[in-house]
Ligand binder design. Structure first.
Ligand SMILES: [Zn+2]
Length: 124
């Protein structure tokens, strides 16, 4: 759920921050999709990637020590760095930048929420 909200919020923030030019670019790429459609797809993408850490490292038999690399601060930092690189790379299409950032935000929302639990996150 946090990933859905994060995906939609990040999509809205990106489109607002980058202004009408990027919104037009996204809409022209996806002629069949409206602005609301982009937000809904972004929410779905954020939601799916928000579930990804527990899909990659599921908690089995009540083992709360299931958090390994895909739940780690190392991956969190790497993902934040790749997102920054993607966002600032002018050679990448707006659509790639948009959905990579939305997916990363969904994933990061999971890690940030898990980091607030007593088990926390491992460093590696
Ligand atoms: Zn988790």
């Amino acid at each position: 759920m946090a990933g859905v909200l994060t995906g939609a919020a990040v999509a809205y923030a990106r489109l607002y921050y980058h202004g009408p030019e990027e919104t037009e670019s996204l809409l022209s790429t996806t002629e069949q999709i409206s602005y609301l459609g982009i937000l809904l797809i972004s929410a779905a993408v954020g939601g799916q990637f928000g579930l990804m850490p527990d899909i990659l490292e599921p908690a089995k038999n009540g083992n709360w020590r299931h958090r390994k690399f895909f739940h780690s601060y190392t991956l969190l930092a790497m993902l934040a760095w790749f997102t920054y690189q993607t966002e600032t790379n002018p050679e990448l299409h707006d659509m790639v930048q948009h959905f990579f950032t939305v997916a990363a935000a969904g994933y990061l929302s999971h890690l940030l929420l898990d980091s607030r639990t007593p088990a926390g996150l491992p460093w590696i």
